[in-house]
Design a protein around this ligand. Structure first.
Ligand code: 5AD
Ligand code: SF4
Length: 460
């Protein structure tokens, strides 16, 4: 079979990263090998995100830049996948005349058939069918990366929560979980290679397996914790309304489970939480934080905030600010509210001006920067076990604050603490031999310096 080259541009969240690896796995039997060179590609796939309007614009602007390539090589196949494809369907074909295929979030397993048809018949196709359940054959495990230390594993897809701002239930369909045995097998295959850490992915991992009567999420974690060669388990995302006691207790019980939870709060105002359809109050959220910290005092907690949801008054916003201060998150992702087609909030009144939304975002980010710095400074002088990802960037490691790491370039390595903080450090081991020795191993590092978004340390 003649080698053909596949270029994938992955936009958006970790789910899309996993889906892109699935796209590669499903197309490998057709002879497609991955390439990083657009000009070498026989097939270009853009795996898109539509969570906010900006993400959608990015997808169309990338596709827009492909027109000359297609002109120069009419045999080139151009495909749009992922969430924008699911949302826009055949509209993409009229908007982008050189796109050959639009495939939705659940069409990945059908890609070989679709691509074959396009190659043979030179037709243009759309497949945005959504089904109710995730079938085991939808996912092909492997071929696995040889050297990656950390991997994502989708354990469930879709979402049944219908937060009013969110497009996910419409573009990823109903919630459906994979069988535990399939997940465990896939992780074992990954640890047979170099993988030592997995991040389990789902829109709301707490409700894993419930619909299908499989097992609970904490029971799944227990099974994964028993995989010998695995060192660390992470997961994301958790809906606060469903955070259970057994899951909280797992952080103490399971040695490999990293003591970090991402628990998106979205707003600190009860009125806004209600309009968002989040099914918890500010107090209930804060109670869960107290319980979590009582159960596991060292747990790192991160969160998401939306600034300027329709109807958010200055008083509502101040409630969010006070919640952020009260909790003291270890990390915070803050977003400007963005109207999405299909999401109910597009029809809500009380829309906030762009200027006010931006101001609120800046306020939140500023407060969080102080909190993150304090949290990082509290770690100076402590010993942290880190899982080494590999060499730090060769251009001299910089923190987002643009402050150069002490020591400049050299034998710099990078890894993460159990609480998911990035640590840069130096060793005497040279990069070539070190690449094999250090990457994927655990090392105790003495933290010497805190930067706003990362830490700097030395081998203990
Ligand atoms: N506008 C802004 N942010 C959004 N998010 C989801 N939908 C929107 C939207 N319409 C944010 C939420 C979610 C994160 C993944 O993206 O904070 O937790
Ligand atoms: Fe979107 Fe809410 Fe589902 Fe998260 S829980 S994916 S925010 S609908």
């Amino acid at each position: 079979m003649k080698n053909k080259y596949l270029y994938i541009n992955t936009m958006g969240c970790q789910m899309n990263v996993y889906d892109s690896s699935q796209i590669q796995n499903h197309l490998a039997p057709l002879g497609y090998k991955p390439t990083k060179e657009l000009s070498q590609a026989d097939l270009i796939i853009v795996n898109t995100c539509t969570i906010r309007a900006k993400a959608e614009q990015k997808a169309f602007s990338f596709l827009g830049r492909l027109a000359p390539l297609k002109k120069a090589n009419p045999q080139l196949i151009v495909a749009m996948g992922g969430c924008v494809a699911q949302q826009e369907g055949k509209r993409v074909l009229s908007r982008m005349p050189y796109v050959d295929l639009v495939f939705g979030t659940q069409a990945i397993a059908r890609l070989p058939k679709l691509i074959r048809r396009i190659a043979n018949e030179r037709c243009r196709l759309v497949d945005t069918e959504l089904s109710l359940e995730l079938k085991p054959e939808d996912i092909i495990a492997g071929p696995f990366p040889k050297s990656d230390t950390s991997a994502f594993i989708t354990i469930m897809r879709g979402c049944d929560n219908y937060c009013t701002y969110c497009v996910v239930p419409y573009v990823r369909g109903r919630e459906s979980s994979r069988r535990p045995e399939d997940i465990v097998t896939e992780i074992r295959q990954l640890t047979d290679k170099a993988v030592r850490e997995v991040t389990l992915l789902g829109q709301n991992v707490n409700s894993y397996g419930q619909k299908e009567g499989l097992c609970t999420f904490d029971q799944l974690l227990e099974r994964i914790n028993d995989i010998d060669a695995l060192e660390r388990i992470r997961f994301t995302t958790c809906h606060p309304k469903d955070l259970s006691r057994p899951l909280m207790e797992s952080f103490n019980r399971l040695g490999k489970l990293c003591q970090h939870i991402h628990l998106p709060v979205q707003s600190g105002s009860d009125a806004i939480l209600k309009r968002m359809n989040r099914h918890y109050t500010r107090q209930q959220y804060l109670d869960k934080i107290v319980q979590l910290r009582q159960t596991c005092p060292d747990i790192a907690i991160s969160s998401d905030i939306i600034a300027g949801f329709p109807g958010e008054t200055e008083a509502d916003f101040l409630e969010t600010v006070s919640l952020i201060k009260e909790v003291g998150f270890d990390g915070l992702f803050a977003f400007i509210y963005s109207d999405r087609p299909n999401a109910p909030s597009v029809r809500f009144d009380g829309k906030i001006s762009e200027q006010v939304k931006k101001q609120r975002l800046q306020t939140v980010l500023k407060i969080q920067e102080q909190v993150s710095r304090q949290k990082n400074e509290a770690l100076v002088g402590t010993m942290q076990q880190i899982l080494i990802d590999g060499p730090s960037r060769s251009d001299g490691v910089k923190d987002n604050s643009n402050m150069a790491i002490p020591g400049g370039t050299g034998l710099q390595w990078c890894g993460r603490t159990k609480s998911n903080k990035i640590v840069h450090f130096k060793t005497q081991i040279d990069l070539d031999s070190g690449n094999q020795i250090l990457t994927g191993s655990l090392m105790d590092i003495m933290i010497e310096k805190a930067l706003p978004h990362s830490l700097w340390g030395r081998q203990a």
